[in-house]
Design a protein around this ligand. Sequence first.
Ligand SMILES: [Zn+2]
Length: 179
Amino acid sequence: MTSSARKSPPSSSTGSSRPLDHVVAYIRSRFPRFGEYSLVWDEALELAEALGATVHLRACREDAILLVPSDRPRIILNEQLDLPTWGVFCVAHELGHWLLHPGARHYYLQSPGWLDKTESQANVIGLLALWPRPAPYPRVLGIEEADGLVHLNVAFTTSQGRGPAPRWRSRKLTMRRYR
Ligand SMILES: [Zn+2]
């Protein structure tokens, strides 16, 4: 969610994004509860640990920062965040960046890049942590903040697998930003 220099995960190829399906399958192989039900805060920490990352609560201006100083990524999370909701989203979002975007940079909430492809892919991982659904995965179409709340406008479909093109619907997911 913030701009920060990052290095690639150890086993990564550099450059382009990895396929989302591949990363979701990888996460589930390390942490099967991901994508099964909405994760609580302690499970977000377990998810990070299962993927080899650590989470640190700090006083900081950004909501979340991903640091990859060596082979063990660190997620710095704003200690003021509402951890059970937006905090879980942010942890999963940063883990998504680490797995999906070797060598990429990313952007702070509502920066011009917030809805670009890189952020959108990380948002899918964030979303699946809170609102698991099978593929085709839900997507964040827009985000608004007001009065300490984060409103995510989410596109989802109940169509699965083959058959006609999925019909997408939208709904709003609202959560507290700060505790
Ligand atoms: Zn991001």
